[in-house]
Design a protein around this ligand. Structure first.
Ligand code: NI
Length: 137
């Protein structure tokens, strides 16, 4: 079995969201989600790190062509979410609470569907400088 290398592509997008569970009272939503429950939404500067792991192709020396990876992220993630209200403007979060966890899982599924199955994929998403998530864990 060959040696695997991880390659990373960093991207950035801005988006608004509101965390809210419609099954709960306003008080409970406020107490669980705090500032992220603001009824009029608020924005985050999301930092996205896409990690692709695999054996470098013997012909190119690449795990994945970074130009193709960056176009893929542009197409599937940035075009869909950048400068959008995640709750109101995107089908993915019409019914799904747009937490960093859920956003990372949605991004994973979008990219996974377009990547060679022999490559491993991991998503790291920063909602703030100090708060970030990884999927798969
Ligand atoms: Ni928030």
């Amino acid at each position: 079995m060959g040696k695997k290398v991880a390659v990373f592509r960093k991207e950035h997008f801005n988006a608004a969201h509101r965390l809210h569970n419609p099954d709960w009272s306003d008080e409970k939503n406020q107490s669980v989600f705090g500032l992220c429950n603001n009824p009029n939404y608020h924005g985050h500067n999301y930092e996205l790190v896409v990690q692709v792991t695999g054996e470098p192709d013997p012909a190119t020396g690449y795990v994945v062509d970074m130009k193709i990876l960056s176009e893929l992220v542009q197409e599937e993630v940035l075009n869909r979410f950048d400068h959008k209200n995640l709750n109101l403007d995107t089908a993915a979060f019409a019914k799904l609470n747009p937490t960093a966890e859920n956003i990372a899982m949605v991004i994973y599924d979008l990219l996974r569907a377009r990547l060679d199955e022999k490559l491993d994929l991991k998503i790291r998403l920063y909602e703030t400088e100090r708060n970030f998530v990884e999927y798969p864990a």
